[in-house]
Design a protein around this ligand. Structure first.
Ligand code: IMP
Ligand code: MG
Length: 425
């Protein structure tokens, strides 16, 4: 029995949803540790594409318990919609979904502030998903956030919201010149939501502690990816939480010694949504081609994703900061028709070779990727079931990724369906 963390090794959208859903077949609990409705985990279920934003992907397996941890920020209005959507698909969530009492909530003022701040930043904007993620985490760290537990006590909720909204209304009026919030209305809306959410609230750290002690099979599911991490990503073009493996401990209240395995999900190429550095980005024509092959459009916002070559500098950064023990390589089939493939092995700045991911945006803007070129396989891979049946050049490509990073590949995904997966043991 084991505790496994699933992390995104690039800029998110590596296909974590599919891998978590796949692993859930043999898993008792899936727990999400950070992010919020900015995430979009696409899973194919009963032949239909389902996009989950806040509910862990394990919900699609009838025996799996799903936990939303304290490190997540939840939009209770959007989650209600998602619960309705999932139950509408015939999925029974009774007794299977728990939310930490400590989880912070995203309110209407966080959503509004996210959009106003991005609009005001113009060319310098981050390109956020506009879901209120940043402002909700700001309040958490600023110690004025609203937690699920607060929704259960009318007077506590009223006191906190009165203080917060009074301050925000001043800013809305003076800086943004938009309508102010009605405090009583927000208090009542959130209190009513609390009445509904009471059934899901639990001390999830205690629940997990007991589950680990009794040897349950558990997956900790991250959202976004390492290069969007607030510490180790392309700051400030990052999300406001810690998608890296360490985030699982803080975001769920578990100790590091209970983790047995850290699987890094790596896409066979690279993508990112939003602004910020992307060293191996394709030119616009090639980006358009790969985007359509890989259906690379944001699952949350529908925005076209920027596409590029596999970057071993990025993935090695991920191997290090997450302590990755295994890889799951996804979307290999998207590369089936390419004549040749490039892998970035290092960066160059003038004569200087840089073999780690730089912190400085100016350096990132000045570097040139150093590429190795490998032949394509020009063969359809999406119905291949065994590793040894993959085309020789595909195996060569995968081996090179493993060699450059010193991490073994455990899973190769060659299509969206659960069946389109090659498991290596
Ligand atoms: P925020 O998380 O909405 O604040 O957005 C910050 C940055 O993270 C933006 O570049 C977003 O496009 C990016 N981002 C947030 N969530 C995801 C995700 O699930 N996949 C990919 N990019 C994301
Ligand atoms: Mg996604």
């Amino acid at each position: 029995m084991a505790v496994t963390i699933i992390v995104g090794s690039q800029w998110g959208d590596e296909g974590k949803g599919k891998i978590v859903d796949l692993l859930s077949e043999n898993v008792d609990i899936v727990a999400r540790y950070q992010g919020g409705p900015n995430a979009g985990h696409t899973v194919v279920f009963d032949g239909q594409e389902i996009v989950l934003h806040q509910i862990p992907s394990g919900i699609l397996r009838p025996h799996t318990v799903c936990i939303i941890g304290n490190g997540v920020v939840v939009d209770p209005v959007a989650l209600l919609e998602e619960i309705k959507f999932v139950t509408g698909k015939g999925i029974d969530i009774t007794g299977r979904l728990f939310i930490s009492e400590r989880t912070h909530i995203i309110t209407s003022y966080h959503r509004l502030l996210d959009k106003l701040q991005e609009a005001a930043d113009g060319a310098q904007k981050i390109g956020t998903t506009g879901r209120g993620i940043g402002p909700a985490y700001v309040d958490k760290v600023d110690r004025c956030g609203i937690r699920f537990i607060d929704l259960l006590d009318f007077s506590v909720l009223k006191e906190k919201l009165t203080k917060n909204i009074t301050e925000i209304n001043t800013i809305l009026d003076a800086v943004y010149k938009v309508d102010k919030f009605n405090i009583d209305q927000v208090v009542q809306e959130l209190y009513d939501l609390g009445t509904y959410y009471k059934q899901f609230l639990a001390e999830t750290s205690v629940y997990l502690y007991r589950a680990i002690k009794t040897g349950k099979e558990i997956v900790f599911e991250g959202a976004q990816g390492t290069l969007l991490d607030v510490d180790f990503g392309t700051y400030p073009y990052v999300t406001s939480s810690s998608p890296i493996a360490g985030g699982a401990c803080c975001g769920l209240g578990v100790g590091p010694k209970s983790i047995d395995k850290v699987i890094g999900i790596v896409k066979a190429y690279s993508t990112r949504v939003g602004m910020g550095p992307f060293p191996t980005e394709f030119d616009e024509d090639f980006s358009t081609r790969v985007r359509s092959l890989g259906k690379e459009f944001g699952a949350t916002t529908g925005r076209p994703r920027r596409c590029g070559w596999f970057d071993a500098v990025v993935v090695n950064h991920s191997v290090r900061v997450n302590g990755l023990t295994h890889f799951a390589v996804t979307k290999l089939d998207v590369l089936d028709t390419l004549d040749e493939l490039k892998i970035c092995t290092a960066y160059k700045k003038g004569d200087q070779v840089i073999d780690y991911f730089p912190a400085d945006l100016k350096t990132l803007g000045a570097i040139e990727p150093v590429y190795e070129t490998l032949p394509g396989w020009k063969t359809a891979t999406s119905s291949i079931k065994n590793y040894r049946d993959l085309p020789e050049n595909a195996i060569r490509y995968l081996n090179r990724i493993s060699e450059l990073t010193d991490v073994g590949i455990e899973i190769v995904s060659v299509g969206q369906d659960r069946k389109q997966t090659i498991i290596l043991s």
